[in-house]
Design a protein around this ligand. Structure first.
Ligand code: GAP
Length: 448
């Protein structure tokens, strides 16, 4: 049990009420563990992805971007080991009809009361474990037959491996260099849950870094440190982040070494993986050479040698890290001099879906016109919102709850001297700023 509070139920309700995240196909009763991002959620997740892309691709010379297709040749998944080995052990209970992961029974709850782990009630009748492949299958073309079976990719990484030489030769990159991409992945999880933590459709942000064999552990350590730094840069609290090293029994079939970046989600969920950093050796490129019959070697011209590079992978879930950001940001506060407290999402300004909200104090004396002009002026530079309904206190609360860092109010003084007040979400301090200076003022605050 974590020392951090369990805010998940409150967060799920806030996310629906304020348009961050909705259950997929809700009017039909929902689809199991699939979620849709609403107007504010799509902005938040896009900011997370942009932040990752800037850190991993745009700000570096040694990493190139890619956007590979979800559907790939079925042999890819034989070569990668997913057809044979991407399985979880599944047990059924003949009494309650529950279905559980045999290797995670201690984390599961039997639906019978009192709450216990499956197998611990006298009435439980668990079957022997059987292996269940997590890949979604579908068919390419009109015939539903095994020859036309294709898979929805369970990781984006394979699109990078099969394009290794295309990217290297077209960009003339020299080892060490990396290829990064963001995209959807699908896993038919036996026990999905905890909101967007474990879902059947999700997005990954992955980077494979190709290195000379023998230098792999050095790069592995560098990327471990770099990735932890990225999570801290998002504003995740240092005490909620730690590494977990995979023991021999935990390592994925492709990994020589692996560390998870884990985040403390609070309550019973506690510390859980949000990112994996893996040393995949030459497993994937060698497998694809064997299965495709095509060489995937790198030619090191200055040293006149050829080799299959080793790969250090960083793999983070866009949805899972978005959930970590929301959990980390959620807080309830009392406000001095007010009976009602406030709910605040203390999001880093760069991640906040709305950067600034503009309010006319009243609907008269030209205040709405001036507020609208300010919105139009700011809109090309940032996501802004206009709100003229309800008391000013209520409007502040609405923005606090969705993490808007700045609220700009046009008041009776504004139309006379062309100034407005800017309220800071966290300190509640109010600055009076010239309307013509607003863009620069906010840009400075957002960058800082
Ligand atoms: N290419 C390596 C790979 O896919 P992984 O540890 O299976 O490694 C990497 O997944 C990351 O993808 C995880 O740390 C997590 O953030 C995210 N992820 C994996 N399965 C997920 C699921 N069912 N729902 C949401 N995110 C998931």
């Amino acid at each position: 049990m974590s020392a951090q509070p369990d805010v998940m139920d409150k967060l799920v309700s806030l996310c629906k009420r304020r348009g961050f995240i909705f259950q997929s196909s809700e009017i039909y009763g929902g689809t199991g563990s699939v979620w849709d991002y609403g107007p504010l959620g799509v902005e938040l997740k896009r900011n997370v992805k942009d932040n990752w892309w800037n850190a991993m691709v745009r700000s570096r010379d040694d990493v190139e971007g890619l956007d590979a297709a979800i559907l790939m040749h079925p042999r890819v998944w034989e070569a990668s080991g997913h057809v044979g080995g991407f399985v979880d052990p599944l047990v059924d209970c003949k009494t309650c009809k529950g279905r559980f992961r045999a290797d995670k029974l201690e984390d599961a709850r039997c639906p019978q009361k009192p709450s216990r782990q499956p197998g611990q009630h006298d009435a439980c009748q668990l079957t022997e474990p059987r292996q269940f492949n997590l890949m979604f299958k579908t068919f390419m073309g009109p015939l539903e037959e095994s020859a036309s079976t294709v898979y929805l990719r369970p990781e984006t990484a394979q699109g990078i491996f099969v394009n290794f030489l295309n990217v290297q030769q077209s960009t003339r990159q020299k080892v060490p260099f990396g290829i990064a991409q963001i995209g959807k992945a699908f896993r038919n999880e036996i026990t999905p849950g905890n909101f967007i933590f474990r879902t059947r459709e999700f997005e990954q942000m992955e980077m494979q870094y190709f290195v000379e064999p023998g230098t792999d552990m050095e790069w592995f350590e560098k990327w471990k440190a770099e990735r932890m730094q990225w999570h801290l840069s998002l504003g995740l609290s240092p005490e909620r982040l730690k590494f977990h090293q995979h023991g021999a029994g935990e390592l994925a079939h492709y990994a020589r070494a692996a560390f998870d970046v884990t985040f403390d989600f609070g309550g019973t969920l506690g510390f859980q993986e949000i990112e994996g950093v893996h040393n995949r050796g030459d497993f994937d490129l060698t497998q694809h050479q064997t299965y495709s019959g095509k060489k995937l070697e790198y030619f090191d011209q200055p040293n006149n040698k050829r080799y299959v590079p080793y790969v250090v992978e960083t793999s983070v879930g866009a949805d899972r890290v978005t959930l970590a950001i929301l959990v980390n940001a959620y807080r309830e506060e009392t406000v001095e001099g007010e009976d009602e407290g406030r709910v605040v999402l203390g999001l880093a300004p760069s991640l906040a879906p709305i950067k600034a909200a503009v309010f006319p104090l009243t609907k008269k004396d030209g205040q709405p016109d001036m507020a609208r002009r300010i919105v139009e002026d700011l809109r090309p530079a940032m996501a802004v919102d206009y709100d003229e309904t309800g008391s000013i206190g209520k409007r502040y609360r609405r923005q606090d709850e969705v993490g808007t860092p700045f609220c700009i109010t046009v008041d009776p003084q504004s139309t006379g001297d062309d100034t407005v007040t800017v309220r800071d979400r966290d300190t509640l301090a109010q600055d009076r700023v010239g309307a013509s200076q607003l863009k620069a003022y906010l840009a400075g605050k957002l960058a800082g």
